[in-house]
Design a protein around this ligand. Structure first.
Ligand SMILES: Cc1cc2nc3c(=O)[nH]c(=O)nc-3n(C[C@H](O)[C@H](O)[C@H](O)COP(=O)(O)OP(=O)(O)OC[C@H]3O[C@@H](n4cnc5c(N)ncnc54)[C@H](O)[C@@H]3O)c2cc1C
Length: 380
């Protein structure tokens, strides 16, 4: 098969890898807008489940990915300065650049051609391809250019985010809620290497404006956030990597493909950083498209229908959970009156996919502490 892929992120590269590994005669070309050494952001986090599917389908890639990773099986919530540990939340973390380098190396070893530093504006240059994969991220150029065919909706969430790093090593993964005269700021932070942590700051629009963050240049914003979280950062700096404020887009598409062009990863549908699921979804998409090809062969129309049939239900369910999680953060100010245990418990149940029995099984100490505080009974 002759495959053209727009975008060399996790979705495009993983699909390229799976196809070429299966059959060396596939001709696969990836075009990536950024130079090979560029990356946006710091570390990324995966749940245990999220990595298991990579291990199942590509154990050699899993081994290479996990060489770089940090694992910890708990997280904590810091509310009113008090830390509450949440047991049995296993997270794998790694630098986003290490993940991309590993994928690129595996692709290159198989002979996948990756062209860096060129932005693709349409699909004409792939006219000779049997299949064209638009894996060009949440702001996908291809999806936008052919929007009348894909019918996307972009739900820009109200909260503002800035993706910083720091040399302060947050272990375990910590969610830190800090109130000040401007409102509420939240840090999602975790160590992802021996030397660095991701430090993602989130706040609602009222806080953002009241603090004057809408009028600040990036260095001032960084200084403001460093000040808010100074006790947590313990003398370490916040670090920037084009860390401008942005609002997260929840992307959906009514149609997943048009002719022989298919959307994959964030271009198709986004999750949300608060459930650490975007890379997982992107890589699961790649597996589903690969499985569809194995089921249908080179019949592109059938394989694209099969891809959607296999993938849409799981994708929709995870996105729905991501949206619930997003809403929890957007409305969290109304829960700041809760004591730290009840607050942490509420967090655990935020996606609607975890009930009290699940909490009791996963973290009996927290469930018991919550029950003791709520003798009137617990929500089902
Ligand atoms: C703040 C933040 C934190 C996150 N944290 C996590 C996390 O902890 N865990 C997790 O799983 N996910 C996380 N994500 C989500 C994750 O980064 C994405 O879901 C994932 O990278 C999606 O992979 P992708 O390949 O679909 O898209 P991308 O990774 O966006 O890759 C798309 C690629 O296409 C290229 N491109 C774009 N336009 C063009 C064009 N016109 N021509 C050629 N190339 C183009 C881009 O340069 C990019 O390399 C986070 C996202 C954000 C914003």
């Amino acid at each position: 098969m002759n495959v053209g892929i727009v975008g060399g992120g996790p979705a495009g590269l993983f699909f390229a890898y799976l196809m070429k590994r299966q059959d060396a005669t596939h001709r696969i070309r990836v075009v990536e807008r950024d130079p090979a050494d560029a990356t946006y952001g710091w570390g990324v986090v995966f749940t245990d489940i999220a990595l298991a599917f990579v291990r199942d389908v590509a154990p050699e890639l899993y081994a290479a990915m996990t060489r770089h990773q940090e694992v910890h099986d708990a997280m904590r919530i810091v509310h009113r300065g008090q830390a509450v540990a949440l047991a049995n939340n296993t997270f794998h973390r790694m630098a986003r650049i290490d993940l991309l380098r590993t994928l690129r190396q595996h692709c290159a070893d198989l002979g996948v051609a990756i062209e860096f530093g060129r932005r693709v504006d349409g699909v004409d240059e792939f006219a000779d391809c049997d299949l064209i994969v638009a894996a060009d991220g949440a702001a996908s150029t291809i999806r936008t250019r052919y929007r009348e065919h894909f019918e996307p909706t972009i739900d820009l969430r109200p909260n503002f985010l800035a993706w910083y790093g720091t040399t302060c090593l947050f272990e375990p993964l910590s969610l830190i809620f800090r109130e000040n005269g401007d409102g509420l700021l939240i840090a999602h932070t975790y160590r992802y290497s021996r030397t660095h942590s991701t430090f993602l700051v989130e706040c609602d629009p009222q806080t953002w404006r009241h603090a004057g963050l809408d009028r600040m240049a990036e260095p001032e914003s960084l200084a403001y956030c460093a000040q808010v979280f100074r006790d947590d950062l313990d003398g370490h700096p916040l670090l920037s990597n084009k860390s401008d404020w942005f609002r997260y887009p929840i992307v959906r598409n009514r149609r997943w493909s048009w002719r022989n062009v298919v959307l994959l990863g964030d271009a198709l549908r986004t999750g949300h950083p608060s459930v650490g699921s975007g890379t997982r979804l992107a890589m699961q998409d790649a597996i589903a498209l690969f499985d569809a090809w194995r089921a249908c062969g080179d019949d592109v129309e059938a394989l694209l229908a099969e891809f959607e049939r296999r993938r849409r239900p799981g994708s929709d369910a995870l996105q729905a959970a991501a949206v619930k999680s997003t809403e929890w953060y957007e409305s969290v100010r109304s829960r700041m009156h809760l004591d730290p245990i009840s607050f942490a418990y509420d967090y655990l149940r935020r996606t609607g996919r975890v009930d009290h029995a699940d909490v009791r099984q996963r973290d009996p100490a927290l469930a018991a502490a919550f029950e003791a505080l709520h003798p009137e009974g617990v929500p089902p």
